[in-house]
Design a binder for this molecule. Sequence first.
Ligand SMILES: [Ca+2]
Ligand SMILES: [Ca+2]
Length: 268
Amino acid sequence: MLATRIHRWKSVALGTAAVLVGLTVPALTATPAAATTTAYDSTYYKNAVGKTGTSLKSSLHTIISTGVSKISYSAVWDALKVTDQDPNNSSNVILLYSGVSRSKSLNGGDVGDWNREHTWAKSHGDFGESIGPGTDLHHLRPADVQINSTRGNLDFDNGGSAVTNGGGSKVDSDSFEPRDADKGDVARMILYMAVRYDGGDGFADLEPNEKVNNGSNPYMGKLSVLKAWNEADPPSAFEEKRNQVIYDTYQHNRNPFIDHPEWVEAIW
Ligand SMILES: [Ca+2]
Ligand SMILES: [Ca+2]
């Protein structure tokens, strides 16, 4: 079952098959922050719909933390080959930050390989590669080894100089700016992590803040920039498909901000 997004002002229902294969999905997002409805509102999100603020955040935490399956860090390799498959080439994955399509078989640690990027940097809260936040597919993406290294554990903010072969991503001494097409993805991944991990499961309570240089503190900045990125780059068919694959096949939980990008503003 797909989270068919229906915008109230248009009542556009997406073709199920088109979403599944990540192909021709009509532009969804004249107003990304406007209220949306999905096929999951009366089921999965039943206890969250209509709420705002901490009440919404708390409700979503319960929803996305219940009945979750967790995978090992080694299993993440094969999972990413499915969740991030290039819709135009089933032998490849699409890399975060650069947008490059690269062979699935080039997973590894050498120059020219792709590896497992923790979008919420694993040092921010020090969860490492532990099963849980360290292996949560909702924020793990394939990325070029060198660009992953360039991003390191930097917070997110606008500005910097162009990353080599980075597709438009930028970096400076204290922050990383993804290319435009990945800005919203990054925002929604970070804010998913903040809702999913609240300190009740042996890991740190992850939260966004307005800073850079957060170091090993369990925070990620900058919230105001992430909110703007969520608006500027609304969920794509690729992002919606990977949310669905994670829900159906791997973790059985969803990223609420891909289904309801307006919930970012409703909480923060
Ligand atoms: Ca995007
Ligand atoms: Ca949290």
